[in-house]
Design a protein around this ligand. Structure first.
Ligand code: B12
Length: 213
């Protein structure tokens, strides 16, 4: 008998939303940690991508996978009302211009809210100018930029340049993440920090604002 985790991964890979949600319900009911469920969803998404590379799935299937992921996030968080009331600090987050991948960013926004941050999510495909204007009007403690496709690292660099040119750079700390970039590049283009994954990012944001180890 496959475990519920394995069922979740294979249902996701088959784009069976109903079965995915049933597995999530079962895993939540058995007390499985949220992070563990996220990890299985990600495995499912990787399998979908492999099917796409193999020519078995097309863009419409990727969009379906995306919808399933969103429904899954909604289901996972429905019974655990977000505890964040902004007492730790304010985070501005978004995916950089020309990049429409937004699930990683949405997941981080969710976890940061859960961890007590007020989060302003600007969405995906956000221009450097829009980030800059939000930094100036919303005065966040942290700016978190996400990028998934090659080339997004240049848009991250451009975003930092525009904020610097507007004289707003010293008022915030900037964290970069996503598959488009690594730590060395992030620090080279002027970020304060790089984070490799979503849980690490939450720890890092708390560290930057609260000085926690
Ligand atoms: C779903 C999907 C899409 C959907 C996106 C829908 C949406 N609203 O997000 C659609 C179909 C629209 C799409 C379009 C495209 N896609 Co696409 N897509 C994917 C796919 C299958 C899954 C992405 C996803 O959502 N994963 C789940 C989330 C949770 O993971 P994630 O985004 O990787 O984020 C994780 C980390 O990167 C990290 N993270 C992300 N952001 C941040 C930020 C911080 C601060 C931190 C700490 C961490 C972090 O945490 C997350 C959890 O681990 C991936 C392949 C894959 N298996 O990843 C390809 C993929 C990302 N896409 C790819 C490409 C090329 C494209 C297109 C250019 C295709 C095309 N030719 O048109 C377009 C891009 C359009 C654009 N301008 O952005 C490539 C990118 C390759 C590259 N190096 O550039 C991939 C890798 C597929 C491949 N060919 O291998 N895509």
């Amino acid at each position: 008998m496959p475990s519920e985790r394995e069922k979740l991964v294979s249902s996701f890979a088959q784009l069976n939303m109903k079965a995915v949600l049933e597995s999530i319900n079962a895993l939540l009911a058995s007390g499985t940690p949220t992070e563990e469920i996220f990890a299985q969803l990600r495995r499912g998404m990787d399998l979908v991508n492999q099917s796409c590379t193999a020519g078995e799935y097309y863009v419409a299937d990727l969009i379906m996978a995306n919808n399933i992921y969103r429904e899954a996030l909604d289901r996972i968080t429905r019974d655990s009302p977000l505890k964040g009331n902004g007492q730790i600090g304010k985070v501005l987050i978004g995916t950089v211009q020309n990049d429409i991948h937004d699930l990683g960013k949405t997941l981080i926004a969710l976890l940061l809210r859960n961890s007590g941050f007020e989060v302003i999510d600007l969405g995906a495909n956000v221009s450097p100018e829009r980030f800059c204007s939000a930094v100036m009007t919303q005065t966040p403690d942290l700016l978190v930029l996400s990028g998934t496709i090659s080339g997004s690292e240049f848009m991250m660099a451009r975003t930092i340049e525009v904020i610097e040119a507007a004289g707003a750079r010293s008022s915030i700390r900037i964290v970069l993440g996503g598959n488009c970039i690594d730590e060395r590049q992030a620090l080279t283009i002027g970020a304060d920090a790089y984070s490799r994954d979503i849980l690490d990012c939450v720890r890092l944001c708390r560290q930057l604002v609260l000085g926690e180890e």
